[in-house]
Design a protein around this ligand. Sequence first.
Ligand SMILES: Nc1nc2c(c(=O)[nH]1)N[C@H]1C(S)=C(S)[C@@H](COP(=O)(O)OP(=O)(O)OC[C@H]3O[C@@H](n4cnc5c(N)ncnc54)[C@H](O)[C@@H]3O)O[C@H]1N2
Ligand code: MOO
Length: 396
Amino acid sequence: MGTDFHSVDAARAALLEGVTSLESESCALDAAGGRVLAEDVHAAYDMPPFDNSAMDGYALHSRDQGKTLAVSQRIPAGTNPPPLAPGTCARIFTGAPIPGGADSVIMQEHVQIDENGHIGFPDTVASGNNVRVQGGEVAVGNVLLSAGTRLTPATLGVLASQGIAQPRVRRRPRVALLTSGDEVILPGTPIQPGQIYNSNRYQLAGLIEEFGGEIVRITHLPDSFEATCQALQEAAATADVLVTAGGVSVGEEDHVRHAIESMGTLTMWRLAMKPGKPLTIGRIGHASVVGLAGNPVSGFVGSYLFLRPLLGRLLGCPTLEALPARTAKAAFSTRTAGRRHYMRVTLTAEGDAHLTGSQDSSMLTSCALAEAFAVIEPDSVIAPGDPIHCLTLPGA
Ligand SMILES: Nc1nc2c(c(=O)[nH]1)N[C@H]1C(S)=C(S)[C@@H](COP(=O)(O)OP(=O)(O)OC[C@H]3O[C@@H](n4cnc5c(N)ncnc54)[C@H](O)[C@@H]3O)O[C@H]1N2
Ligand code: MOO
C-alpha cells in the first residue's frame, strides 16, 4: 500500500490529539445510567452502617450457646434497640441492628421453642454467626468508584447506598450526525428505482448513544458541495463532534471530504483498513470530524475504531477508548493485501471465530450478528485453526 495510506493507529492518534475531557455537571441518579463519573466517589458511611442481622432468628451472646433463654426484646429492621439483658435473647429480623451485649444470631429454623416461648439454642454458636459487621464491606473514606467509571445499574445502586442523589458526571459530548447521498431515503417512504434506504442514520445514531454521546442534530446532505459546506458549518457551531457518512471517496459526487477541507482542516484521509478506506479525520472550528465512508459496514467498523475512542476521551472514560482484545482461533481462511482487515465474526465458547457471512462492506447483515472484529494484518494468509487477534464488541 502506498505511503499516502495512513495506519489506523496513526489516524486514531491524530483524531485524539489535543482532545481532553469535557466539563463536569451534576446529574440526578434516575438519569445517570450510562453517564461517566467526573471524580472519585469516596464512601461517606461505613457499609453496612451498623452491625446487623443476616437472618430472621434470635440474637444472643455466644457464651450462652446450648442454653434455653427467655426472649427479652423484639428488634424489627429500622429500630434502634437497647442493650440485651444478660442471660436473655432477642427476637431479630434480617437487617435489624444487633443489640449491645449480643454477638451472634441463630436462624429461627435452628432453634427449639418450648411451651413457655423460651428459645433452646444449639451448642455450636460462635461469635459473629450471621452478623454483618459495620464497615465489613466498605469503610468511611474508601474510594468506592473511580473517576471515569461508566455508570451501570450496579454502580448506580452503590451510589444510592451512600445516599448520593446527584453524582458529578462529564457532560455528554454533543454529536451531529450527517448522512449523505441523493439516492438515500428514509424508511417509511415508498422506494423508487435506484434509491436505497438510509440505514446509516439508524445504526450510527444507536452507536453514538451507546458510546455516550448526545445527538443534537441529524441532517441528510444532498450531493451538493454548497449545501454540504453550509450544513457542516451549522453543525460545527453547536456540536463537539461531527459524524458524517458517505461522500469521502473519489467520485465527483463525493462532496463531504472537500467540504471538510474547505470549512476546516482535513487531518487525514485514506487509511490502510478494510472496510472504510476513505475514512476522513478533520476539524471544523472546535468540533472534531469523523468522516465515515458511506458503505454501512464501513460506518459500523469506523464508529467502533474512531468515534468510540473519541467520545471516550471527551468523557474521560478509558474503557470506551479501547475495545477489549482477545485471541481466538480462525474457523475460516482468508488472505489480505495492503490493508488491515476488520472481519465480523461470532465467537464460540471454545474460542473459534466464525465469519458472520459475506464480508462485503455494503452488507450490513454481517454486522448485525457480529460479536467481535477479527483483526487480520496486511499481507497475511490465514488458515482454519490459526490464532487471530480479536476485538470484542461490548454488549454483543
Ligand atoms: N474509484 C474508486 N471508487 C471507490 C473507492 C476508491 O478507492 N476508488 N473506494 C470505495 C470504497 S472502499 C468505499 S468504502 C466507498 C466509500 O465511498 P463514500 O464514502 O464516498 O460513500 P458514498 O459513495 O456516498 O456511498 C457508498 C455506498 O454506501 C451507500 N450509502 C451511503 N450512505 C448510505 C446510507 N446513509 N444508508 C445506506 N447506504 C448508504 C451508497 O448508496 C453507496 O452504495 O467508495 C468506493 N468507491
Ligand atoms: O473501504 Mo470500503 O469500506 O471497503 O468498501
